[in-house]
Design a protein around this ligand. Structure first.
Ligand code: IPM
Ligand code: MG
Length: 365
C-alpha cells in the first residue's frame, strides 16, 4: 500500500511559520500512529511570484492534482499589492480551487469553552457554539463572465457577473445536506432571492435537493438577515449553505464569534479521485497577517486544525483527528495563549513554536 501523499504550500506571511507547527503533527502521526505521509513542498502566492513570476506555476498546479491532499498556509502581502491583477498572490489560490474543482468549502466555527470570554460577543451568546458554513467555492461572482474594467463614454465601468448553474448549486447543496445528516440535521440556505435571480434559482434548487434528505429540517434566509442573525443568536444554526461571495463574508463573521480568526480551519473538497478520496485542499481561514510575520506571534491552531480536517475528510482517520482537536482543547484549557488570544485579562503570550510544542506534548500525554 502506498503512503498517503501531501503537498504543502506554505505561501506567504505567517504561512510558513504556522505550517512548521503542522509538520510536527505530521511527524507525530508517523511516530505515534504509524502513518507515514509522503510530503512534498512547493511555492504559492507571492513566494511563487518572486521565483517564477506567477503566483502558481503550472508544475505546482500539476503536482496539486496528483496528491491526496494539499495543505495551504496563506497568500498575499503588502509587497504584492501593486501587482497586476492577473498575477496577484490571491490568483494562485483561486486557480487551485478552480482547477481542482473544489466546490464545497467547509468552514466550521466552534467556540472552545476556554475562549468563550474572548469573543466580541457576550459569553452566553457564543459558549458552546458549533456551526458549519458550507460555501460554494468555484463559481458565482468570483469567476463569472463577463468581468473586467472598461471605458464607456469616457467613464470607467467595473463588471463582475454572478452566475450559477443548477448543477453547481445542487452539488454544493448535496455536500451540505450530507454534513447536516451527520450533525444536528438542520440546514439553513442563505441567498438574496428578494433581489437576485441567481438567488431565486438557488432557493429552488436547494428545495428540490431537500426531497432526497427529508430528515433534514431546511430553512431559507436572506443573506443580510443571516449576517445579522449570526451576531444576534448564532447558536440557532447548525449547517449554513451559501454562495461564494456571501460565504466569504459570512464565514469571517462566524469566525470572529469564536474569539479569534487564528482558530478557524477549513476544508475545500471536490469530486472523488480514482482512489476514492475527494480532491482536497486544507487551509486556515486567517490570511497572511503581514503585521505579525516573522515575530513568532502567529497562532498555529487554525492550520493544525486544518490538518485535523484532512485526517477526517481525506484519510478517514476521524479518531486521530479527534485526538488532535482534543489536544488543542486541552492546551487552551490549561491556559496556553498566543498573542491573538490575550483577551480582556491580558497575560503572557507564548510563541508559535511553543504553542505547537504544547499541542504535541498534549498528544503524547
Ligand atoms: C478566503 C479569502 C480568499 C477569498 C482570498 C484570499 C482570495 O478571503 O479564503 O476567504 O476571498 O476567497
Ligand atoms: Mg475570506
Amino acid at each position: 500500500m502506498t503512503n498517503p501523499s501531501l503537498l504543502i504550500l506554505a505561501g506567504d506571511g505567517i504561512g510558513p511559520e504556522v505550517m512548521a507547527e503542522v509538520k510536527k503533527v505530521i511527524a507525530w502521526m508517523d511516530t505515534a500512529k504509524g502513518v507515514t505521509f509522503d510530503v512534498s513542498e512547493d511555492l504559492v502566492g507571492g513566494a511563487a511570484y518572486d521565483k517564477h513570476g506567477v503566483p502558481l506555476s503550472d508544475a505546482t498546479m500539476a503536482a496539486a492534482q496528483e496528491v491526496d491532499a494539499v495543505l495551504l498556509g496563506a497568500v498575499g502581502g503588502p509587497a504584492y499589492d501593486d501587482l497586476d491583477f492577473s498575477v496577484k498572490p490571491e490568483r494562485g489560490l483561486l486557480r487551485l480551487r478552480k482547477e481542482m474543482d473544489l466546490f464545497a468549502n467547509l468552514r466550521p466555527a466552534q467556540c472552545f469553552d476556554a475562549l468563550a470570554d474572548f469573543s466580541s460577543l457576550k459569553k452566553d451568546i457564543v459558549a458552546g457554539l458549533d456551526i458549519m458554513i458550507v460555501r460554494e467555492l468555484t463559481s458565482g461572482v468570483y469567476f463569472g463572465e463577463p468581468r473586467g474594467i472598461h471605458t464607456e463614454d469616457n467613464m470607467r465601468v467595473g463588471i463582475n457577473t454572478q452566475r450559477y448553474t443548477e448543477a453547481e448549486i445542487e452539488r454544493g447543496a448535496r455536500a451540505a445536506f450530507e454534513l447536516a445528516m451527520k450533525r444536528d440535521k438542520r440546514l439553513c440556505s442563505m441567498e438574496k432571492a428578494n433581489v437576485m435571480e441567481s438567488g431565486i434559482l438557488w432557493r429552488d434548487v436547494v428545495t428540490e435537493v431537500h426531497a432526497d434528505y427529508p430528515e433534514v429540517e431546511l430553512s431559507h434566509m436572506y443573506a443580510d438577515n443571516g449576517a445579522m442573525q449570526l451576531v444576534r443568536a448564532p447558536k440557532q444554526f447548525d449547517v449554513i449553505y451559501t454562495d461564494n461571495l456571501f460565504g466569504d463574508i459570512l464565514s469571517d463573521c462566524a469566525a470572529m464569534l469564536t474569539g479569534s480568526l487564528g482558530m478557524l480551519p477549513s476544508a475545500s473538497l471536490g469530486v472523488p479521485m480514482a482512489n476514492g478520496r475527494p480532491k482536497a485542499m486544507y487551509e486556515p481561514v486567517h490570511g497572511s497577517a503581514p503585521d505579525i510575520t516573522g515575530q513568532g506571534k502567529a497562532n498555529p491552531i487554525a492550520c493544525i486544525l486544518s490538518f485535523a480536517m484532512a485526517l477526517r475528510y481525506s484519510f478517514d482517520m476521524g479518531e486521530a483527528a479527534t485526538q488532535v482537536e482534543a489536544a488543542v482543547e486541552k492546551v487552551l484549557a490549561d491556559g496556553a495563549r498566543t498573542a491573538d488570544l490575550m483577551g480582556p485579562d491580558g497575560g503572557t503570550p507564548i510563541s508559535t513554536t511553543d504553542m505547537g510544542d504544547a499541542i504535541i506534548a498534549a498528544l503524547n500525554a
